[in-house]
Ligand binder design. Structure first.
Ligand SMILES: Cc1ncc(C[n+]2csc(CCOP(=O)(O)OP(=O)(O)O)c2C)c(N)n1
Ligand SMILES: [Mg+2]
Length: 349
């Protein structure tokens, strides 16, 4: 019988508050690493803020905002090797930027252009997953495959608190546990699934308690603390890579932005809590930590991120629109007779 491990309830933290809570540090991280993490945070933040503007300008479609989720994404990816596979949900749509993907590709995804889809093997980043939790079994399968082939790569799957109520999450987690697949199950618990609060999502005291049911270790971490997230993921990745199987990480935060550009959270959210979270948002928190350490950040980091986005949207908009026939091309082996007239109509003919 597999040993059932108690899940961890306290939030792991490294970054203090500059007052009563002291700063910690992560073993083995150099100043260079700390600055690299900062660069990742700024790139993601800039991508997110510019995307909201592009949406308002009608240049991209509906967009899932990840403002204040950057620490979870940058911290966890920094704990991976390039050979490791990332399975993002729509909340991590821009995570491949950290693997060198041009911003134009992700912007095209949000513009619904076919060039927004990439060959996953080029970046070891799977397609952005919108159907909640359905990528968890895919990630478990890929990780198990790596193990069967004797390869050292691991996989990480990102999903939200709401995803932990989906069958696919349970199937993937259980499958990874029984096969000992090298998988990190990374839950961004932002306490909302659109307008459904965490209290309506589960009776568990903590989402990480679910790890106990699969007989796998669970780690609970402050999702706004990029260093704590990095350290927790590094531990989970090391266990996976050395044959210790999957780990569930619950990174706890509070959604400070609308679910997506089409959402008005003022109808349901705790606005005082949003204000508090906004004051303590993860990029500023890390900037103040670096400041306390006396580490200067190069202002060019922000300038370069802005340039990346300017270039990204220009490249995306310079691409010719896709041919409408793509909507039909791969839908049926034998095209339906109505396709011809429908295509003509779509083309405005
Ligand atoms: C299978 C499925 N059911 C419903 C939806 C509609 N939907 C889109 S986002 C969302 C909420 C998901 O919340 P959570 O898992 O907490 O992720 P978050 O958006 O907070 O990152 C839902 C229900 C969907 N995309 N897929
Ligand atoms: Mg959520």
């Amino acid at each position: 019988m597999a040993q059932v491990l108690p899940a961890e309830r306290d939030l792991r933290r490294v970054i203090g508050d500059g007052d009563a809570v002291p700063d910690g540090e992560v073993d083995g991280l150099t100043e260079q690493d700390l600055l690299e993490l900062y660069r990742s945070l700024v790139l993601l933040r800039t991508y997110d803020e510019r995307s909201v503007v592009y949406h308002r300008q009608g240049r991209i479609g509906t967009y899932a905002i990840f403002w204040n989720h950057e620490a979870m994404q940058a911290g966890s990816v920094y704990a991976l090797e390039d050979e490791d596979w990332i399975f993002p949900s729509y909340r991590e749509s821009a995570i491949a930027l950290l693997r060198g993907m041009p911003a134009s590709v992700i912007l095209q995804w949000w513009r619904g252009h076919p060039s927004g889809w990439w060959n996953p093997a080029d970046y070891n980043v799977a397609a952005i997953c919108v159907p909640i939790a359905t990528h968890v079994p895919h990630a478990a399968g890929l990780a198990w495959g790596k193990k069967l082939r004797g390869e050292s790569a691991v996989a990480i799957a990102y999903f939200g608190d709401g995803a932990t109520s989906e069958g696919a999450f349970h199937e993937g987690a259980n499958f990874a546990a029984v096969t000992g697949a090298p998988l990190v199950l990374f839950c961004n618990n932002n306490q909302w699934a659109i307008s459904t609060p965490i209290t309506a999502q589960t009776r568990a005291k903590a989402l990480v308690d679910k790890a106990v049911g699969y007989g796998i270790p669970g780690i609970r971490v402050d999702g706004g603390d990029v260093l704590a997230v990095y350290e927790a993921t590094r531990e989970a990745v090391a266990r996976a890579r050395t044959g210790g199987g999957p780990t569930m990480i619950e990174a706890v935060t509070y959604r400070a932005a609308p679910h997506a550009t089409a959402d008005d959270p003022s109808a349901y959210i705790d606005l005082a809590r949003v204000e508090e979270e906004t004051r303590n948002e993860c990029v500023g928190r890390y900037e103040r930590y670096l400041e306390r350490l006396g580490i200067a950040v190069d202002p060019q980091i922000k300038v370069k991120a802005q340039e990346t986005m300017r270039r990204g949207i220009a490249e995306a908009e310079a691409e010719p629109p896709a041919d409408m026939s793509l909507v039909f091309d791969h839908a049926h082996v034998e095209p339906l007779p109505s396709f011809e007239s429908e295509l003509r109509e779509l083309r405005g003919g």
